[in-house]
Design a protein around this ligand. Structure first.
Ligand SMILES: NC(=O)c1ccc[n+]([C@@H]2O[C@H](COP(=O)([O-])OP(=O)(O)OC[C@H]3O[C@@H](n4cnc5c(N)ncnc54)[C@H](O)[C@@H]3O)[C@@H](O)[C@H]2O)c1
Length: 156
């Protein structure tokens, strides 16, 4: 098994592509990984309010490559994975608002489900050695099926 934190031959540092990297978890993860010596690339469509400010804040602190792209666009995702071939993909691009998932479930599905599918396909086809970590939800359910923060017994 390969090691995600070991740089590939010809690369000095391990590399990470963070989808949704201009979001709340994304910018903090990017800074953390940069401090550990990783090369950082971010894919984000900057749809979430405040993400341009987040990105400017991050750019003041670390070097990064930024790809403005939509995870729903398979051609763009394919191109980015083929270009970067990162050691690790941290998948955070998401429609995370429960309210929006109720008022616009199609958009929620297209971003969260099809967007994730696009990413998995792009990795399978163009960067098969990449590790993938995803944070798809902040909810857990208990064994009795009820939602329960802090007492999750199994993932959704
Ligand atoms: N914040 C938390 O407490 C928490 C806890 C656990 C898990 N999570 C999960 O982690 C993930 C990220 O959470 P967050 O709090 O950083 O959310 P966030 O909304 O701050 O970040 C999401 C990012 O995705 C980008 N994005 C949205 N749609 C996109 C698209 N179609 N293409 C490309 N980029 C797109 C947004 O512009 C934003 O920068 C979500 O799946 C969330 O459910 C969050």
């Amino acid at each position: 098994m390969s090691n995600a934190s070991a740089p590939r031959p010809g690369h000095q540092n391990p590399s990470i592509l963070i989808t949704g990297g201009a979001g709340f978890i994304g910018v903090n993860s990017a800074r953390y990984f940069a401090e550990q010596g990783w090369d950082i690339a971010i894919l984000d469509n900057l749809s979430r309010r405040g993400t341009e400010d987040n990105l400017n804040w991050l750019r003041e602190q670390i070097d990064l490559r930024f790809e403005r792209a939509d995870i729903r666009d398979p051609a763009a995702v394919d191109r980015i994975l083929a270009d970067h071939q990162p050691d690790l993909v941290l998948h955070l691009a998401a429609q995370a608002a429960v309210t929006t998932s109720v008022t616009d479930p199609r958009e929620d599905f297209e971003i969260n489900a099809l967007g994730t599918f696009n990413l998995l396909e792009a990795v399978r086809r163009f960067s098969p050695d990449s590790f993938i970590i995803t944070a798809s939800t902040n909810k857990g359910v208990r064994q009795d099926g009820r939602e329960g923060r802090g007492r999750a017994q199994r993932p959704l």
